[in-house]
Design a protein around this ligand. Sequence first.
Ligand code: DC
Length: 223
Amino acid sequence: MRQHMIAAIDGPAGSGKSSVARLSASLLGYTHLNSGALYRCVGLLALRRRAALDDEASLTALAESSDMRFGHGGAVLLNGEDVSGELYTSAVTEAAAEAAVHPSVRRAMTAQQRKIAAEGNVVVEGRDVTTVVFPYAQAKFYLDASIEERARRRHKELAEAGEAVSLAAIEREIRKRDRQDRTRKHSPLQIAPDAMVIDTTPLTIEQAAEAVVARVKELAACG
Ligand code: DC
């Protein structure tokens, strides 16, 4: 049986990873596996069940006993319920970040991602998908952009959501998150040696997705 294609994309917040992964998946007809959304599901479950975020065993049990999948149009289905609208609140964002530091939660999330990828071709994005979750992915990418551009993108997003935060404050926040992501003990954000690095600073989402799609098609033709 032909092995399914795995196109894996890592990169820091604001690199354009999610938008590029979504568009590339849609152009290729693959499932868009947003691993951050899975960590957010664990955060949501912890809040709903009132599990303490430092209780690694309870969080892992919740993660292991839940069914997580992606439905049509990118909907996130948690035990069959469409929770897409609840995953991006500040409370869930914080809970997800805290849950993601636990090694056994990360192991459960790795298993969830491998299960989803076993069912069909995927474009998967995250912080450790090219290095830890799918070191054997056929196509690997690392998306990056300058701090200034990433801050500008985040500023626009927040302004559209009605939140007025200064560019300088956002830049500070991004530098702090970068440090946390790159220096954390388990699964730090790293560039896989065989990843294609794409600097999205001067690119539109469409241009970056075009580069991803072209490379995936090239590799799929070889395989
Ligand atoms: O990309 P995001 O903001 O939706 O991710 C939500 C949280 O999950 C964030 O704190 C980083 C974490 N995460 C992770 O640790 N590893 C991944 N592969 C994806 C996300």
